[in-house]
Design a binder for this molecule. Sequence first.
Ligand code: PGA
Length: 239
Amino acid sequence: MKPLIAGNWKMNGLSSSVQEVEKLVGLLSGSAPDDRDILICPPATLIGLFATEFGDEGLAIGGQDCHAMPSGAHTGDISAEMLADAGAAFVIVGHSERRADHGESDALVRAKAQAAQRAGLTPIICVGETQAQRKAGREKEIVGAQLEGSIPAGEGDYVVAYEPVWAIGTGLTPTAKDIADMHSFIRSKIREGVRILYGGSVKPSNAKEILAIAHVHGALVGGASLKAEDFAAIIQAAQ
Ligand code: PGA
């Protein structure tokens, strides 16, 4: 399966950040390698600009969230159709920060994933357990329930991102064995051909090892995707 290396910029980036992406393109020798998919999910304010600037350089652009409805009286929200119109090809849904900060349920995440597919975007559906849940040995029960509740029915395209909440932005990562174990569990729960990304403190120093684990088809990278050198090194670590 073609690896997907996705950068989640979260609430970071201004129009001047174009320079950082130009630097990334330069580090990738002018265009992204075509044996792997490279995605940047900047804040919504930059999607149109990045899609215009970098669409021809082999970089895909994505959103970080979308509303479930195509349009309507939802002040401050952005629909999947609007992201597609701005040039996005993917959208992250159900990130643990949105599940926590905005109380997003599995049912809402599924509705957003369906909205993404309706608009022609590929949703990246995030799942992952908290530290307390892992300590209690409940990680598969939690992730299994999130998958069951968040993945849309039907044949539409999607990607799953396994992101243990305790590994996000902390510098902590599960052992290779624990990642392998969870990814093979996820594999057994979803249909063939769907990519499963690992996310949570992926850095240049651990990317090669993580990306070589069975059933890991790429990475969702937060902090390290903001720096061109780091993101380029992670992209280059993908086989
Ligand atoms: P991190 O974030 O790489 O900074 O841990 C990953 C994510 O939240 O998607």
